[in-house]
Design a protein around this ligand. Structure first.
Ligand code: CP
Length: 303
């Protein structure tokens, strides 16, 4: 993993994924260290972010490293017409590792091909968000005590949700059964169903979860991704397709946990927040430990 960019969750083997999670557990026990002393991490966010950017920055700060970068591309020379290639080559000279979020699918892979330092994809359009997936897996393993043979419900925007696409590919390694719950306009794309077919995994597609929620080990709720719609009328039609409410969690498994990559809009009512099955804020905290693990492995500071 040393010096290797992380662009897609498929860049890591099952063993490497499990190693990231084990090391994240060690960072959870001891999150404040000095192993990144002397290292400079660049965070280039061409799209808005709260959790990904700040948890990366918290991870670096707690390990004694330094951060450079921007949270708004409007403050970078991209607004003067500088190409992504030139930006990445330049920032490679200033840093030991680049964390990048960008609206274009494939931009992170391209950046990794022109960079002189490893690149970590913090989300490229509707494509992939591998570090989110690693923290999701950490959260699932921590709450379920296993990653194997789970019933994973994924609810909401399965078409544009990059966290959905990365999670599906990762959980396919662990013999998950998937329940895809979405409005028909936002169904899981065909390529992901083909992927599951090729791996011999079971999945069900549905537009409602009320008759099946009692089967769920994990319910992964997602926001309808307004920023990916070219037609605002389509967004308006689907934006409130699902609202999870506390009373819907009666008669669910005792081990069920509700996950959400956040931010949420309306899809989880706030009356769920105090239910012991709600895990999304702890999930966001787990992002710090998981990203500490990822950074230290790529920088060769842990093995
Ligand atoms: N989960 C996630 O990617 O959140 P942010 O957009 O706030 O980074």
């Amino acid at each position: 993993m040393e010096n290797k960019s992380l662009i897609s969750i498929n860049d890591y083997s099952k063993e490497e994924i499990l190693h990231v999670l084990d090391l994240a557990g060690e960072f959870e026990q001891n999150p404040t260290q000095t192993i990144l002393s002397g290292k400079v991490i660049a965070t280039l966010f061409f799209e808005p972010s709260t959790r990904t950017r700040l948890s990366f920055e918290s991870a670096v700060n707690r390990l004694g490293g330094k951060i450079i970068g921007f949270s708004d591309s409007a403050s970078s020379s991209a607004t003067k017409g500088e190409s992504l290639k030139d930006t990445i080559k330049t920032v490679s000279n200033y840093s030991d590792l680049i964390v990048m979020r960008h609206p274009l699918e494939g931009s992170a892979r391209y950046a990794s091909e022109v960079a002189m330092v490893p690149v970590v994809n913090a989300g490229d359009g509707a494509n992939q968000h591998p570090t989110q997936t690693l923290l999701d897996l950490y959260s699932i393993k921590k709450t379920q005590k296993t990653l194997e043979n789970l019933n994973i419900f994924i609810v909401g925007d399965l078409k544009y949700g990059r966290t959905v696409h990365s999670l599906l590919m990762a959980m396919a390694r662990f013999n998950a059964t998937f329940y895809f719950v979405s409005p028909k306009e936002l169904r899981i794309p065909q390529e992901y169903k083909l992927f599951l077919d090729q791996h011999g995994l079971k999945y069900y597609e549905m537009t409602d979860f009320k008759d099946t929620i009692s089967e769920a080990d994990i319910m992964y709720v997602t926001r309808v991704q307004k920023e990916r719609f070219s037609d605002p009328i389509e967004y308006e039609k689907t934006k409130n397709a699902y609202v999870l409410r506390n009373k819907m969690l009666e008669n669910t498994k005792s081990n069920l946990k509700i996950l959400h990559p956040l931010p949420r809009v309306n899809e989880i009512n706030t009356d769920v927040d105090d239910n012991e099955k709600a895990y999304y804020f702890t999930q966001a905290l787990n992002g710090v430990y998981t990203r500490q693990s990822i950074l230290s492995l790529i920088l060769g500071l842990k093995n």
